[in-house]
Ligand binder design. Structure first.
Ligand code: GBH
Length: 482
């Protein structure tokens, strides 16, 4: 029995896999080594002057130094007993200037993949986790339709080199975040905001890129490799502010968020959610435009995109409240297009991150929503985690993780949701994007000033180590939020 809490006994279903997650720019360092070219995150972090773009003026130049110390990551995974490791590949290590494949870059990920397989850990590879090569950004990045071909070539190279060893691929990590915050606002690279326009163009080209990579795998590699290709979307559940709020309001909030990417891929009819097409279309006309800011999807395009994922990789951190917006929005944006106001319940505990509130029940409710809307697709929870200052006694993280694992088990056991895996964010402390090293998500601590960057297990790592052999733990639900 685990020593962590008491309460109801929760057991994972047969075959359910538990692991940890990371992403290339957040851990690797080695930003210009062995032929790697700069990504948009190298550009934005290295060009900053006080007051800095990044909270602590830091960068991922060294980070956890996984480019040199990947064996420490492998060791940490093995010590805990994880069964799957989700990591991402740096595009600008693989194809540094849009032409030749860089064999030194290819070699690096072979070492990680081989190390995982030797240890009996399944690799789950994210093809793109936000570190776009700068040379593609110089052409407009995700707003230029040309990127679809560039992405397909990059994915082709990965399938060709790693496909005999890697059987589970994720094309994109959280497109709503890198499109919304990179092209709709300026809180992620490349920080070129054209709100309500560039973010939708980005989303459109991501959907086309995902479809191109998916079909390429099916046509060229599937027969030999027998693997699967999915996409990773982040979302929260949405609850009404109070009993006066119409049920269509939280539904709309989820459609504008998860539905923007999930409806085109996972729904029966495909295309963007009707509510988005209608609201953005009519606002665009009222603004005097000749066409909608949300790119049109012809029937042909809908058919091309529909069904282009074998599973949904879901990142869940938090949920929200929604109500109809009162008054006029300031300016044009995705958020203004929703006609909603958002918020949090005052009882929700907050992490160090300002956006991260503990709402475990939202995960179960979201999984049921996905099951109902998209005919119960296979879902892997590919991120879920809690931020703090980095303390080893991370009791709040342990509690948060247990609460969410319990919600996953309830969704499978009580609601027959098809969830097959869970990878915690994150294996180690790392470069937390705009917050630099000031917010820690790791289940292993790293002293980023040290030379050896030792991975020190926190209490949460111990929790997984105790739990994985039996796939059983005790947890007591505290209130209606889980
Ligand atoms: C994930 O995104 C990322 O995939 C991962 O790389 C990251 O390290 C991890 O979460 C922890 O952040 O404008 O201040 O309200 C989580 C998605 C991140 C999306 C925060 C919303 C809002 C920032 N969310 N973001 S803010």
């Amino acid at each position: 029995k685990s020593s962590f809490t008491s309460g109801e006994t929760y057991t994972f279903p047969e075959g359910f896999k538990i692991g940890a997650a990371s992403a290339s720019y957040q851990i690797e360092g080695g930003w210009n080594e062995d032929g790697k070219s700069p990504s948009i995150w190298d550009t934005i972090t290295q060009n900053q002057v006080a007051p800095c773009y990044i909270e602590d003026c830091s960068s991922g130049n060294v980070a956890a130094d996984s480019y040199h110390m990947y064996e420490k990551d492998l060791q940490a995974l093995e010590d805990v007993g994880f069964e799957v490791y989700r990591f991402s590949i740096s595009w600008s290590r693989i194809i540094p200037d849009g032409a030749e494949v860089n064999m030194k870059g290819i070699e690096y990920y072979h070492k990680i993949i081989d190390g995982l397989i030797e240890r009996g850990i399944k690799p789950l590879v994210t093809i793109y986790h936000w570190d776009l090569p700068q040379y593609i950004q110089d052409l407009g990045g995700w707003t230029n339709p040309l990127i679809v071909d560039y992405f397909a070539v990059y994915a082709d190279v990965l399938f060709e080199h790693y496909g005999d060893k890697v059987k589970d691929w994720i094309t994109f990590n959280e497109p709503s975040v890198f499109c919304g915050e990179g092209y709709g606002s300026d809180t992620k690279a490349p920080a070129i905001p054209t709100p309500g326009i560039g973010d939708y163009l980005c989303a459109h080209h991501v959907l086309l890129s995902n479809a191109a990579a998916y079909k390429l795998y099916r046509n060229k590699y599937y027969n030999d490799q027998q693997g699967r290709v999915g996409i990773c979307l982040n979302a929260g559940f949405s609850y009404p502010f109070d009993e006066t709020v119409d049920p269509s309001i939280p539904e709309k909030a989820i459609q504008f968020d998860l539905g923007k990417f999930a409806n085109p891929i996972f729904s029966k009819d495909g295309g963007y959610p009707d509510v988005m097409v209608q609201q953005i279309g009519s606002k665009s006309m009222n603004e005097g435009r000749r066409w909608s800011r949300l790119p049109e999807m012809t029937q042909e395009t809908k058919d091309y995109i529909r069904g282009t994922a074998d599973f949904l990789a879901l990142n869940y951190y938090s949920s929200g409240l929604a109500k109809q917006r009162e008054g006029e929005p300031d300016g044009i944006s995705w958020w203004a297009d929703t006609d909603l106001d958002g918020g949090q319940d005052p009882s929700w505990k907050r992490a160090k991150s300002t956006w991260l509130f503990r709402v475990p029940q939202g995960l179960q409710d979201l999984l049921v929503w996905i099951k109902d809307r998209y005919d119960n697709p296979e879902v892997m929870i590919t991120e879920n985690g809690w931020s703090d200052d980095g303390q080893l006694d991370d009791d709040d993280r342990v509690e948060y993780l247990q609460a969410h694992l319990a919600a996953v088990i309830r969704a499978v056991r009580d609601d027959q949701c098809h969830v097959t895996a869970y990878t915690v964010w994150s294996l180690t402390d790392n470069f937390e994007w705009k917050m630099g090293y000031t917010e820690r998500f790791g289940i292993h601590y790293i002293d980023f000033d040290s030379a050896d960057k030792e991975r020190v297990p926190k209490k949460s790592a111990q929790f997984f180590k105790d739990m994985i052999p039996t796939k059983t733990f005790e947890y007591e639900v505290s209130d209606r939020w889980g």
